[in-house]
Write a protein that binds this ligand. Structure first.
Ligand code: EPZ
Length: 443
């Protein structure tokens, strides 16, 4: 397969100001939520990434129309009629899961390709299904397809054994049109849950308590379209902040809601950075080598996010001493270790623990992105490495980073793309076009 490649000759110092793109993990459930309302939705600051494109393909297959005007995404759900979501090959199926609750909520039946796992773990959906069953859904597991039916969706007290982001989203999406009241106990508190709830409230839903472990929903009869601004991506922001630390750089990131960063500013300060932050911007400067972190564990929000664990590991590879990371969210999120080792990092990982012996002088190498966040961490490591690094597998990075090429340029970084370019060609790189329900393209 032709690989998308990025070449970076280090060391380089990250310096500059950047407005952060819209959030992948806020945009996907918000797009799923549009299915619950009839009308024309306007979503501002929507990230133009392949995961969003895949979600749009699914919405269009279901009968919606969707088109872009710059970063404004218009979604028309008035012709929605199809509850069968088409499969599309491994790797993209994760975003299919977020459609379960909304298609059930709107159409009371759903068929989706069985969501596979991915490289960071098995990604089971038992909590999703158990929560939806408590609202009245019945699921049949066919060979490759999950079939759900709910003659009536009724309110219930749902207890999540783990504050799963996706399961919280799916139960929320199915509860807003259910008959009666639902209370989700043990709900995820991630910013993406808060954003989804406020979007649903703009559609007419009755929700209280998002951002706490207990969310209460009063079912309503109908929901209408809404206009919304997708928040900036806290993980993209955090990735570049670790890049600034590793390159003793200085960056100011704009349009980043401070409340979404959880304990990240504290971790950056613990590593010796100068950090200033206000409502929607954060400034970070690093004047010396990063300090190590004796122990850090990834945890549900507001703990340290698993999605930044790889970028933290890359930064700690250049720190002055030994650090220890425990990954408690996903069972296979150390794939980037062997790639960082190719660059000279001294890391030992065992099950969910990684020991990083800093003071490594990273050197350029040919490395491979095996998943989204590990790939982004390799790009940050390349900035600090001596010599040229080739990062293969940039198609993974483009799932979540809208235009890392442009972002790095604005942050003062010189780089070049391989023959196949840095990111796969997608519909966004073609001209804006309107898709009809039968997926014709009408430009
Ligand atoms: C969301 O995934 C994010 N994805 C992930 O970001 C993020 O890492 C994760 O939340 C944790 O914050 C999107 O929002 C699209 P979970 P999700 O359900 O919902 C287990 C990225 O890089 N679990 O909170 O799938 C699961 O196996 C991606 O942007 C069950 O056991 O995460 C995992 O160990 C990666 N049963 C843990 O819970 C279930 O039914 C957390 O999963 C569901 C989850």
């Amino acid at each position: 397969m032709d690989r998308n490649e990025l070449y970076i000759k280090g060391p380089q110092r990250m310096q500059g100001e950047l407005l952060i793109q819209g959030s992948k993990n806020a945009a996907l459930p918000i797009l799923a939520a549009t299915i619950l309302g009839e009308g024309i939705f306007i979503l501002h600051h929507c990230p133009k990434i392949s995961d969003v494109e895949h979600m749009l393909e699914l919405l269009v297959d279901a009968g919606c129309r969707a088109y872009w005007e710059g970063h404004m995404l218009i979604v028309d759900t008035r012709e929605l009629r199809n509850y069968r979501v088409k499969g599309d090959g491994a790797g993209k199926m994760r975003s299919t899961v977020t459609l379960l609750g909304s298609i059930l909520g709107r159409m009371h039946q759903v068929e989706i390709p069985y969501p596979g796992g991915c490289t960071i773990g098995k990604r089971p959906i038992d909590l999703h299904l158990r929560g939806l069953e408590q609202l009245g859904a019945v699921f049949e597991h066919q060979e490759h397809t999950l079939v759900g039916k709910a003659a009536i969706l009724h309110g219930a007290s749902v207890y999540l054994d783990f504050p799963s982001v996706g399961a919280t989203e799916n139960v929320l999406l199915a509860a807003v049109l259910a008959e009666g009241s639902t209370v989700i106990h043990g709900a995820a508190m991630e910013p993406e849950i808060v954003e989804l709830a406020s979007f649903l409230r703009k559609m007419g839903a009755k929700i209280l308590g998002e951002g706490t472990p207990v969310i209460s929903i009063e079912g309503v009869k109908r929901l209408h379209a809404a206009e919304y601004i997708v928040p900036s991506d806290r993980i993209v922001a955090g990735t570049y902040l670790f890049g600034a630390l590793m390159t003793r750089g200085e960056v100011r990131l704009l349009h980043v809601p401070l409340a979404h960063l959880g304990n990240l500013p504290g971790v950056l300060e613990q590593m010796g950075a100068v950090v200033e932050a206000k409502e929607d911007w954060i400034y970070v400067r690093m004047d010396h080598q990063c300090r190590p972190i004796p122990y850090l564990v990834t945890a549900p929000f507001p703990g340290f996010p698993t999605d930044l664990q790889s970028a933290l590991m890359a930064a700690l590879s250049t720190a002055s001493g030994i650090s220890f990371i425990e990954e408690k969210i996903f069972e296979a999120r150390f794939q980037v270790v062997e790639e960082l080792q190719k660059m000279g990092a001294s890391i030992t990982s065992e099950e969910s623990f990684a020991l990083i012996d800093g003071d490594a002088r990273l050197r350029g190498a040919k490395v491979e992105a095996k998943e989204l966040r590990g790939g982004a961490a390799l790009i940050m490591a390349a900035l600090a490495a001596e010599g040229e690094t080739c990062i293969q597998g940039m198609e993974y990075v483009c799932r979540g980073y809208e235009d890392i090429n442009e972002d790095l340029k604005k942050l003062g970084i010189k780089k070049r793309c391989g023959e196949q370019g840095c990111c796969p060609k997608t519909a966004f790189t073609e001209e804006t076009h309107v898709r009809t329900g039968n997926n014709e393209e009408v430009s």
